[in-house]
Design a protein around this ligand. Structure first.
Ligand code: UDP
Length: 236
């Protein structure tokens, strides 16, 4: 029996399961950028993002980060814990790129002297605006305790992922995380993939992420496949 679809986003669909504590997530090949104004397909992206996310969630669990991932059930599907997603997106940056390079006028590729953490209001209609902790408190998007947990997890995740990726000759430039509440606990949700991270080859600085799609750089599929190969050894 096909379970009820609860949600369809730009890159994923979420379904109920027979277990009230779990959802099934299906990863699509659909790609969007610039607030959904640019649309396309990245062939096999859904498979790669499913596998790469599973890999990163397992890595983070080894370092004590609680997350929603339970298990892979097919090339494009994973089982996750049910979450009430907090309407805050957390971005951590090690190198200036994208919107930050523009906002502060630093050339893309400039190393920040320390990791920079940013908070965004997860709201499509408002185009996910940058907000600060006062906004979050005033809007009731998260409690002060939840916010301090989220920030500590995000910075720890940055340390874990940066160190690991370095061993694979990949530099973690920046990434976006989403957290949610499961049985009263704040845990990491969503995905961690070339859609949500900037990943550059450490030596050549070649982009191995969604910027290849956003900026029409070509070889988009190759870049996604390369990330999967460097992480898991799997050749697709
Ligand atoms: N990001 C994301 N979803 C968003 C916005 C950003 O996953 O809706 C990721 C993006 O891939 C990058 C980081 O967050 O790794 C910082 O993105 P930035 O603010 O530079 O915005 P962009 O240049 O992607 O518009």
């Amino acid at each position: 029996m096909e379970e009820k679809q609860l949600y369809e986003g730009k890159a994923k669909k979420v379904f109920a399961t027979a277990n009230p504590d779990e959802y099934r997530v299906y990863f699509k090949d659909d790609a969007t950028a610039f607030d959904g104004t640019k649309r396309g397909t990245i062939i096999n992206k859904g498979i790669i993002n499913n596998k790469v996310s599973a890999f990163f969630f397992n890595l983070l669990a080894e370092h004590g980060i609680p997350h929603h991932f339970v298990k892979l059930i097919s090339d494009r599907e994973m089982i996750v814990k049910t979450l009430k997603i907090l309407q805050v997106e957390v971005v951590v940056r090690n190198v200036a790129a994208g919107s930050l390079a523009k906002r502060i006028g630093w050339e893309e590729g400039t190393k920040m002297p320390m990791p920079v953490l940013e908070l965004y209001y997860k709201n499509d209609e408002l185009h996910d605006p940058l907000i600060n902790e006062y906004h979050i408190q005033a809007m009731g998007l998260a409690t002060p305790e939840q916010l301090s947990e989220i920030k500590a997890y995000a910075l720890k995740i940055n340390d874990i992922l940066s160190a690991y990726l370095k061993t694979k000759n990949v530099e973690l430039i920046d990434f976006k995380l989403e957290f949610g509440v499961h049985k009263g606990q704040v845990i990491l949700g969503d995905e961690i993939s070339p859609d949500t991270c900037r990943l550059w080859d450490s030596e050549t600085k070649q982009k191995l992420d969604k910027d290849r799609f956003r900026r029409d750089l070509g070889n988009v599929e190759d870049a996604y496949r390369e990330v999967l190969k460097r992480l898991t050894g799997e050749v697709m």
